[in-house]
Design a protein around this ligand. Structure first.
Ligand SMILES: CC(C)=CCC/C(C)=C/COP(=O)(O)OP(=O)(O)O
Ligand SMILES: C=C(C)CCOP(=O)(O)OP(=O)(O)O
Length: 285
């Protein structure tokens, strides 16, 4: 559903400079696990709503995520050549176009949040809250701030608390936003909103711990992106700080904690969300 909807959005953008349209399409439709949009849809389903109606919001978070990957791979950041099993955006279109494709995806995403809210006839305050949270989670106080501290952690010894603060902003915040969109769309009560937020925070942390572990244990063929990239850049990661065995224990503990947050909450059918948490624990890419 998400892939098809993203394809249709890109089809509609037929008046763009062709290199811009091609570079946006290239990364957006390259595949990827679609974790964040799936979380939007699964959260709506867990609250008894209609996931199809949440599709524009799901696509918007995938656009934000894809922009972040394009920029993360740039020579000035992690300098990676492969992503989602293909050459990175800048390797194909050049650095300037890759920066602009990322900029365009981020901006389009906010347009899509607004038009999705209109289409769903959301009350103005709910729509504005979603947009405000989107800016907070993806911007300086969220993902961008986390990325800045991630880059500053290279070749530096940091403690576990600082590492967790980086992971929470760089990775968890967009995952939290995805789940909270679903909750806002279903007008979830504060108790449910809080439980889902705690679930997403822990899930996001576990997700990044697994990403760090796979960077050590995985292969480019399976990951679709280079393995050993963190070590090459001398990044602060869970395996670097704690070793593999302790990182795996932490991954399991954090995933279990995420699942605990949403078990047995009246008004929530958590099955799909729990299934996603289990999948993330055993994923190999
Ligand atoms: C504002 C920007 C550019 C944000 C990037 C955020 C992000 C989650 C990058 C990937 O993290 P990573 O480098 O740990 O993952 P990967 O192993 O996929 O490169
Ligand atoms: C947050 C991190 C660790 C970046 C990679 O995200 P994903 O592993 O979700 O990347 P895709 O599947 O979307 O390519």
């Amino acid at each position: 559903m998400v892939h098809q909807a993203l394809d249709e959005y890109m089809e509609k953008m037929d008046s763009l400079p062709s290199v811009l349209r091609e570079s946006m399409r290239y990364s957006l439709l390259a595949g990827g696990k679609r974790l964040r949009p799936v979380l939007v849809l699964a959260t709506v389903e867990s609250l008894g709503g209609n996931p199809a109606k949440a599709l524009p919001f799901a696509c918007a978070v995938e656009m934000i995520h894809t922009y972040s990957l394009i920029h993360d791979d740039l020579p000035s950041m992690d300098n990676d050549d492969y992503r989602r099993g293909k050459l990175t955006n800048h390797k194909v279109f050049g650095e300037a176009q890759a920066i602009l494709a990322g900029d365009a995806l981020l901006t389009e995403a906010f347009g899509l949040l607004a038009s999705g809210a209109k289409e769903a006839a959301l009350p103005g305050d709910v729509a504005l809250t979603i947009i405000e949270e989107g800016a907070r989670c993806s911007g300086a106080r969220g993902m961008v701030g986390g990325q800045v501290d991630d880059l500053l952690s290279e070749n530096r010894q940091i403690g576990i608390d600082e590492l967790e603060s980086i992971h929470k902003r760089k990775t968890s915040d967009l995952i939290v936003f995805s789940v909270r969109i679903g909750a806002y769309l279903c007008r979830a009560r504060p108790l449910l909103m809080d439980a889902l937020t705690c679930f997403a925070q822990q899930l996001g942390l576990a997700f990044q711990i697994q990403d760090d572990i796979l960077d050590v244990t995985g292969s480019q063929k399976v990951l679709g992106k280079p393995a050993g990239s963190d070590l090459k850049l001398n990044k602060a990661t869970y395996p670097a700080l704690l070793g593999l065995e302790e990182s795996r224990r932490k991954l399991k503990e954090t995933t279990d904690d995420a699942k605990k947050q949403i078990a047995n909450i009246p008004g929530l059918s958590p099955e799909k969300l729990l299934e996603i948490a289990d999948y993330l624990l055993s994923r190999d890419h």
